[in-house]
Design a protein around this ligand. Structure first.
Ligand SMILES: [Zn+2]
Length: 122
């Protein structure tokens, strides 16, 4: 497998901006989904049994979306931290450059493609 090229400073800046706006977007998604996660109202005069089950099911969907968003946000935040230590763009496992193409598609990636795929296959 050919080694990926190191990032240019322009690419680093571009990916930093990308991650920053991704973090903002995820944070606002999280605060919206927090509203959807408020306890299901148990007021029987307003909601019958069926609609309460509905509400709980919707809440389950919202909860898993919320979890996914907050996991992504954690990855984005830790990727942003790696800019400070100049580690951004390098695989956390083998320390080779991750490659611009992969980072452009998924800037929060902490592993190069080959380390990621060996991880996925475990
Ligand atoms: Zn690697």
């Amino acid at each position: 497998m050919p080694a990926e090229a190191e990032l240019t400073s322009a690419q680093v800046k571009e990916l930093f901006d990308l991650l920053s706006s991704k973090r903002e977007m995820l944070e606002s998604q999280l605060s919206e989904s927090r509203d959807a996660l408020k306890p299901v109202a148990l007021d029987q005069t307003l909601q019958g049994r069926v609609s309460r089950m509905d509400a709980m099911q919707q809440q389950g969907v919202a909860a898993s979306a919320h979890k996914h968003t907050s996991t992504t946000l954690q990855k984005v935040a830790s990727a942003l931290k790696r800019f400070e230590t100049q580690e951004f763009g390098y695989c956390r496992k083998c320390e080779e450059p991750i490659g611009y193409g992969r980072l452009r598609a998924q800037p929060e990636s902490a592993l190069c493609l080959s380390c990621q795929s060996s991880l996925d296959n475990q």
